[in-house]
Ligand binder design. Structure first.
Ligand code: TA6
Length: 309
C-alpha cells in the first residue's frame, strides 16, 4: 500500500508515505517553513512544526501514551469529530465524536502549489457499514494546506437524495509551555455553555486555566476568519494564533488532573502542556440538501514566525 501511495503521490524531499506507529500509514510533509505528520486513519494530523533558520516550534500536543489502534482515535494531534460532536443524543451508545476520526481515509490529491505550500485532500465516503450507523450518503474531504501556516478545511457534501444535518469539530490539541501561564484571548463577552456545570454563562475577559475546563463558546458563523490567541505568559515566543471560519462554536477543553488520570492514553501530568481550542459546529449543526456542501476551517500560525507574505 505504501509503495503504491508513494508511486502515485510522493513529492521528492517534500511528501512521503511511511509506516508509522503500530504500522499505521502516515504522510510526512516538509515545506520550506514547516514539517507535519498526518495519519490516514482519521485524517489525523499529529505534528505541525514551524521551522525557521534553526528556530523550531511544535504547535501541536501529542500524547506519548497514544494508542495507535485500528478504530480508536489517536490522543492528541487534531482529531476530526464528524458527523456528530460529543455524544449522539438519539444513539448514546455510539462512539463519542462520530466515526470519521477512527475511519481510514483515501488519498484524493497531493500537490505542491506555486507558492511552495503543500496541499493534501483526504477523503471519506459512505460505506455499507457507515450507513448502518448513519443512514446517509456523503463525501467528507479533509483539505490540509501546509506552509507558514496550517490550514485545515472539513468539506462535507451531501451526495445522496436524503437531506441530513451533522455536527463537527476540528478538535485541535495545542502545545503550551505551562497551562498555568497560558491565556486564551478573543472570547471576551461571548456566551458559553459549561459542559461541567450545564449552565450558560458569559465570558468575562481572557480565559486563564487553573482547573478542568470544558466550555462551548457561541461564535458568529461567519465566512471570514475570527482570530484567537493562545498567549504563553512566560514565553510569548511560543504564542499560537488560531482562527476559524464557518464555525458556530469554539470549544475549549483541558481535562486537568482527575480526568487526565482517568485516561489510559493521557499522561497524568499531560494537562500541564496542552490546551484544546476547537473550531466546531455544535448543537443542531449544519443542514445539507442533496448536492449541497459546507466547509468548516481552522487556520493556525506561530506569530513569532509571522507569515512573511
Ligand atoms: O471537546 C471537548 C470534549 O467533548 C470533552 O468533553 C472530552 O470528552 C474531549 O472532547 C475528549 O473526548 P475523547 O472522546 O477524545 O476522549
Amino acid at each position: 500500500m505504501i509503495k503504491k501511495l508513494n508511486q502515485a503521490f510522493a513529492i521528492k524531499d517534500k511528501v512521503e508515505f511511511i509506516a508509522a506507529e503500530n504500522h499505521q500509514v502516515a504522510i510526512k510533509i516538509k515545506t520550506a517553513w514547516s514539517w507535519a505528520v498526518i495519519y490516514l486513519q482519521g485524517a489525523h494530523l499529529t505534528s505541525f512544526e514551524r521551522v525557521n533558520d534553526g528556530d523550531f516550534q511544535e504547535l501541536i500536543w501529542l500524547s506519548p501514551l497514544a494508542h495507535y489502534q485500528a478504530n480508536k482515535a489517536i490522543r492528541g494531534g487534531i482529531p476530526i469529530c464528524w458527523p456528530w460532536f460529543g455524544k449522539k443524543l438519539d444513539a448514546p451508545d455510539l462512539a463519542q465524536h462520530g466515526f470519521a476520526r477512527s475511519s481510514l481515509f483515501d488519498v484524493k490529491q497531493v500537490n505542491e502549489m506555486s507558492d511552495g505550500k503543500i496541499q493534501l485532500i483526504l477523503e471519506l465516503k459512505n460505506t455499507k457499514e457507515s450507513e448502518v450507523i448513519w443512514p446517509f450518503q456523503f463525501k467528507l474531504e479533509v483539505i490540509f494546506t501546509l506552509g507558514e501556516e496550517l490550514s485545515i478545511e472539513l468539506k462535507t457534501t451531501n451526495t445522496g437524495d436524503k437531506d441530513f444535518s451533522f455536527s463537527e469539530a476540528i478538535h485541535s490539541y495545542f502545545k503550551v509551555d505551562d497551562i498555568h501561564q497560558t491565556e486564551l484571548k478573543g472570547l471576551a463577552g461571548a456566551q458559553y455553555f459549561d459542559q461541567l456545570s450545564q449552565a450558560t454563562q458569559q465570558q468575562n475577559g481572557v480565559l486563564i486555566f487553573d482547573q478542568e475546563i470544558d466550555q462551548i463558546y457561541q461564535t458568529a458563523n461567519q465566512n471570514n476568519f475570527q482570530s484567537l490567541l493562545i498567549k504563553q505568559q512566560n514565553n510569548q515566543k511560543n504564542n499560537i494564533n488560531v482562527s476559524q471560519k464557518n464555525a458556530n462554536s469554539t470549544v475549549v477543553w483541558n481535562p486537568w488532573i482527575t480526568k487526565a488520570q482517568q485516561m489510559s492514553d493521557f499522561p497524568d501530568d499531560g494537562f500541564l502542556e496542552m490546551l484544546c481550542v476547537e473550531a466546531a459546529n455544535t448543537g443542531d449543526g449544519i443542514f445539507l440538501k442533496k448536492d449541497q456542501s459546507h466547509s468548516l476551517s481552522q487556520l493556525v500560525c506561530a506569530p513569532q514566525f509571522y507569515p512573511s507574505v
